[in-house]
Write a protein that binds this ligand. Structure first.
Ligand SMILES: Cc1ncc(C[n+]2csc(CCOP(=O)(O)OP(=O)(O)O)c2C)c(N)n1
Ligand code: SF4
Ligand SMILES: [Mg+2]
Length: 267
């Protein structure tokens, strides 16, 4: 059998040993972001905001400009950067604790204002970095160190998992919202395509875009990596349906107002 290389190592990534646990989805998602930046030729015109969470080390991996806002404040920081550097690709990379808990206000208002950056929202249904506390996206019945008997929405008043993409879809300022997963090669490819579409939309300057990605956290789910992928398929995907949740990109009015710009060739 002859071996064929499908993709090389993206120049937008540095060759660093990973700090992520075995089977963590963050590494795959970071790589997809880096590949798309690379193929769009935008490395010199990209700013990434790193989250507080396990991806806090993102600046070790991405070979482009980045900034480290305080926990949850990425959308506010990205708003300022994008409003000044309007020709840049600005990417908020956020976890569920960062975006859907401490940063809820920033996220909702930035989306509602139609800020023209893209959020890559890594939903692993847990606070990974701090040792497995319940997140707003934890599933009903899912165990966490702060919910040892499982998330109980009614009895213990723990609420229900927040579907961030569907929530943001109700806001007029949002233009493209999709949800992917990194559980299989097919879903990784689809997630990549969503990220590309969102970045293209951003470069057309047409409002808030987000790609949510379901991602395993074997360490804090207390599972081996293979079991974590199965758990994601069996439990997370039914709770958070995959696909394009909102896509206004092809509306004739938007196309006329914001034509697709010519991008530089990939470097
Ligand atoms: C103001 C503030 N509050 C709390 C923390 C502690 N803290 C660090 S990361 C984190 C949760 C991260 O979870 P998530 O965003 O889901 O990222 P993950 O590690 O799961 O990728 C918390 C609560 C902090 N660093 N700063
Ligand atoms: S704790 Fe979870 S999210 Fe953090 S690096 Fe490990 S597997 Fe990934
Ligand atoms: Mg998380």
């Amino acid at each position: 059998m002859t071996e064929k290389q499908i993709r090389g190592f993206p120049a937008t990534m540095k060759r660093m040993p990973t700090k992520y646990c075995g089977g963590c989805g963050h590494g795959v998602i970071s790589r997809l972001v880096a590949e798309v930046i690379q193929e769009m030729g935008l490395r010199e015109r990209t700013v990434i905001t790193n989250p507080v969470g396990c991806a806090i080390w993102a600046d070790l991996y991405f070979d482009c400009d980045s900034v480290q806002p305080a926990h949850g404040r990425s959308p506010a920081v990205a708003t300022g950067i994008k409003r000044i550097l309007t020709d840049h690709l600005v990417v908020c990379y956020q976890g569920d604790g960062d975006m859907a808990a401490i940063g809820t206000a920033e996220m909702i208002h930035a989306a509602n204002r139609g800020e023209k950056f893209t959020t890559v929202f890594v939903n692993n249904a847990i606070y990974g970095m701090t040792g497995g506390q319940m997140a707003p996206t934890s599933l009903v019945g899912q165990k966490a160190v702060t919910a040892p008997r499982g998330r109980d929405p009614d009895g213990a008043g723990m609420g229900y998992p927040i579907k961030v993409a569907e929530l943001l879809a109700t806001l007029e300022g949002t233009r493209y919202l999709a949800r992917g997963a990194v559980n299989s090669a097919a879903n990784v490819r689809k997630t990549r395509a969503y990220i590309r579409k969102a970045f293209e939309a951003q470069m057309r300057g047409i409002g808030f875009t987000m790609v949510e990605v379901l991602s395993p956290c074997p360490t804090n789910w207390g599972m081996e990596p293979v079991r974590a992928v199965e758990w994601l398929e069996q439990n997370m995907i039914p709770a958070f349906p995959l696909g394009e949740i909102k896509n206004t990109l092809d509306s004739p009015a938007l196309k006329a107002a914001a034509p697709v710009p010519a991008l530089e060739a990939a470097g």
